[in-house]
Design a protein around this ligand. Sequence first.
Ligand SMILES: [Zn+2]
Length: 290
Amino acid sequence: MDNRTIRHLLNNELEESVITIVGLGSGGARVCDHLTSNGISRWNLIDKDVLDETNLVKHPRLRGELGLPKVDIQRKWILDRNPESRVTTYLEDVIQLGSTFEKIVSQSDLVLCCTDNIESRNFITQICVKQQIPYLVAGVFTAGFGGEVYLYDPGRTGCYTCLRQYLLAENHLLPDEEIIQELVERNVDGKAIYGRQQDTLSGLSLDISMIANIQARMALSYLLHRKDERHFLGLFHLDYNWRVVYTRKMETLPNIVPFHYYGATILQQQNCFCYSMGADHEMAKKRDTH
Ligand SMILES: [Zn+2]
């Protein structure tokens, strides 16, 4: 099989870009699909899970693939669309990969964090900051009230831990924490929310797709324009490194407008571990006053 049928559609500027994606659930699989369809052909896929029956309501893959590792299913899909792709798979929890993950990151142009737990997010933050490799975190909020995408651009922005510190200093919680707080105030105790979050209060497939699309678009814009100094100055391609969108009205956040995109540029916070690593504080200061 050759690739002539789709080659003219693919962005050949991205041919040499190596992307590592952690988590191939309902969000990660979609992000990977979109970027494959736009010319990313060199992939490292990391996920420890097999496709389970409970995934079928949200995950884009097929019933006939139940029981197979998500990394293998995704590899097959990528090669179906672009037979010239080079895909390496790791059927393992990212934290268990340890030093192997450090090596994978050091050879990547961008890391996509599509997991649903804070431990893996923190681990990816640590490794990417240490190696000064950019990463894009995406998360769907509890009950699919919206979601966020966060880009760490070494030397230009803070890491995801900086975001939390910045919000705490401003007396705010992370948006997902605010949503959980509202649900608690509506007389549902936290445990029940977390229990139900796994089932009925999980985001719907359309909520997950919306955030996956934003993550894929930010990844593409970043890869195409990362060498352009202007791309982060509010004038070109990526005006903010943190994007938030809500899908429904929240009682405790009356000013939130559904489907309005909120954004901010989060700089390195002085008390964050990333502050001393590869930072260009002069550049950050200039951008802050722009
Ligand atoms: Zn930081």
